[in-house]
Write a protein that binds this ligand. Structure first.
Ligand code: NAD
Ligand code: DAU
Length: 350
């Protein structure tokens, strides 16, 4: 693999993946980052990479729905492998306005697959980064495996399920060397503060109300983002064509316990607020429509076949995450003030 196209590299997981690849893996080629730079895409998340790896990293501000735009990127960069992260990723937004999810996640993936197909034998790998949400919701017991039936419940998860099916079909029909990973909830540095963990960290630092949906007993299986990145690289490098791999942290937590743990860690690190412990800020609010009750991943296939294991526990990963936000308020402020949007317009036009 000489020229790896990473889509959505300015988002949360994509930016961590590019940093991981260039600093911690045996990948020695070039990375072309194709990103539409939506509200969730922030080139500043890769400022260090641009500075440290000028010959190995390049950003192309292009929308996956722009067929000509992506064709040009393929042609100019001699792409021979693809890791596809780009998507609209937030479930609540998909409930309010599903249209963008259909366009970027389904039509965008189709456009990318067509470019990949045109490469013929030159294409070494098309890796599709997907989610455990395609499997729907679990009861109190059991785990999602690679053979669990799809049963998506939100417009977001339905759009991801659709893109998974397209990727799989391009392997069966056209022989594309695809792999798919279905991963559980990630957390870590550069996570956009609309998602539970960064939202609660920032609100709790500032002494604001902490919204917990419904009864707070919904369960998610949390994985530190760098562990997801190492899993993806293992799959790209050593995975088998046409195979799907589940990735998870074996860290099942209720939302309420996640929020309470963040509160107590911040009380320890910063001292309590004048009003008392931060957990007093928790407020139970209206539930998310169609809210999946429990996700839990059986990741024994990737452990057994590719020797992957996560390095971080929830305790160590959460500590690193909280410390990162405390030390990177400039990143948070730039996102919140919309300053980076102005920068994007200046850099790339409207
Ligand atoms: P994110 O929202 O932080 O980033 C998405 C990136 O994709 C942004 O940089 C955005 O600008 C870009 N993008 C969106 N639409 C685009 C388009 N039409 N053309 C080009 N670029 C576009 O998302 P994330 O949390 O980093 O998730 C990345 C991928 O991983 C997604 O496919 C998501 O479904 C999947 N995933 C996420 C998690 C998680 O916990 N965050 C877990 C499992 C799987
Ligand atoms: O499981 C993988 C998925 O994890 C990814 O595919 C998605 O892209 C990613 O956004 C994430 O989806 P969730 O909906 O699980 O993540 P979110 O952070 O939005 O919510 C986590 C849980 O916390 C969920 O049960 C809803 C709840 N929640 C969320 C927010 C934002 C709250 O209780 N309060 C909140 O304010």
């Amino acid at each position: 693999m000489n020229n790896l196209l990473v889509t959505g590299g300015c988002g949360f997981i994509g930016s961590n993946f590019i940093r991981y690849l260039l600093n911690q893996s045996d990948f020695s080629g070039r990375i072309v980052n194709l990103d539409k730079l939506t509200y969730a895409g922030n080139p500043q998340s890769l400022g260090d990479v641009e500075h440290n790896f000028p010959d190995h990293y390049q950003l192309e501000a292009v929308d996956l729905c722009d067929q000509r735009g992506i064709a040009k990127v393929f042609k100019q960069n001699d792409i021979d492998a693809i890791c596809h992260f780009a998507a609209e990723s937030h479930v609540d937004r998909s409930i309010n306005s599903p249209g963008e999810f259909i366009q970027s996640n389904i039509v965008g993936t189709y456009n990318l697959l067509e470019q990949a197909r045109a490469l013929g034998d030159k294409l070494k790998r098309f890796h599709h980064v997907s989610t455990d949400e395609v499997f729907g919701s679990l009861g109190e017991t059991g785990f999602f495996t690679e053979t669990t039936s799809y049963s998506p419940n939100s417009p977001y998860s339905a759009s991801k399920a659709s893109s998974d099916h397209l990727v799989r079909a391009y392997h069966e029909t056209y022989g594309l060397p695809v792999t798919i990973s279905n991963c559980s909830n990630n957390y870590g540095p550069f996570h956009f503060p609309e998602k539970l963990i960064p939202l609660v960290i920032l609100k709790a630092i500032n002494g604001e109300t902490l919204p917990v949906y419904g009864d707070g007993k919904h369960v998610r299986d949390w994985l530190y983002v760098e562990d997801h990145c190492s899993a993806i690289w293992q799959i790209i490098a050593n995975g088998e064509d046409g195979e799907t791999y589940n990735v998870g942290g074996r860290n099942e937590k209720t939302n309420l316990s996640v929020v309470e743990t963040i509160c107590s860690k911040l009380d320890e690190k910063l001292g309590q607020l004048p009003s008392g412990p931060r957990k007093d800020l928790i407020e139970f609010v209206k539930d998310r429509p169609g809210h999946d009750r429990r996700y839990a991943i059986d990741c024994s296939k990737i452990e057994k076949d590719l020797g992957w294991t996560p390095a971080e526990s929830f305790e160590t990963g959460l500590d690193q995450t909280i410390d990162w936000y405390l030390e990177n308020m400039a990143w948070v402020d730039s996102i919140k003030s919309g300053e980076y949007q102005t920068w994007i317009t200046k850099q790339y036009g409207s």
